[in-house]
Ligand binder design. Structure first.
Ligand SMILES: [Zn+2]
Length: 131
């Protein structure tokens, strides 16, 4: 999983692309293993939970997936994404809040910086649908 990066936006973009390739491969491997164990003929859909801070782009994961799944049980499967919003915890005052879409997350209650991310980095397979 990609670690969130505040500074090097371009560099992180490249890292994200590499990571999308490798997470897509992982999704495919895990889904295939479960489908084989279940005796499925094919995988019709894979439901993913993805935090918005992962930086993963739905379309590019689907794009890689379509390419990598050719000739496998998962060929033609639809990827569904459930997005988890970012949430952070302020250590200064204990407030939990949804960070605004900027790089400096000042606490709305006390104005402190440097809060801890408590949601938004998730990446997992919730379920797969098979025939
Ligand atoms: Zn605070």
């Amino acid at each position: 999983m990609r670690t969130w990066c505040f500074i090097a936006g371009v560099f992180c973009g490249i890292i994200a692309a590499v990571h999308e390739l490798s997470v897509t491969q992982s999704i495919l491997d895990i889904a295939q293993r479960h489908a084989e164990q279940a005796g499925a003929r094919r995988i019709t859909a894979i439901n993913l939970v993805i935090g918005e801070l992962t930086g993963f782009v739905d379309d590019s994961i689907q794009f890689y997936f379509d390419f990598m799944s050719k000739g496998t049980l998962a060929q033609g499967a639809q990827l569904n994404f459930e997005r988890i919003a970012a949430r952070v915890l302020c250590h200064a005052c204990g407030a939990e809040y949804v960070p605004p879409n900027s790089r400096l997350w000042a606490c709305p209650e006390c104005d402190e910086l440097g809060s801890e991310i408590i949601a938004g980095r998730e990446f997992s397979i919730a379920s797969i649908e098979i025939e």
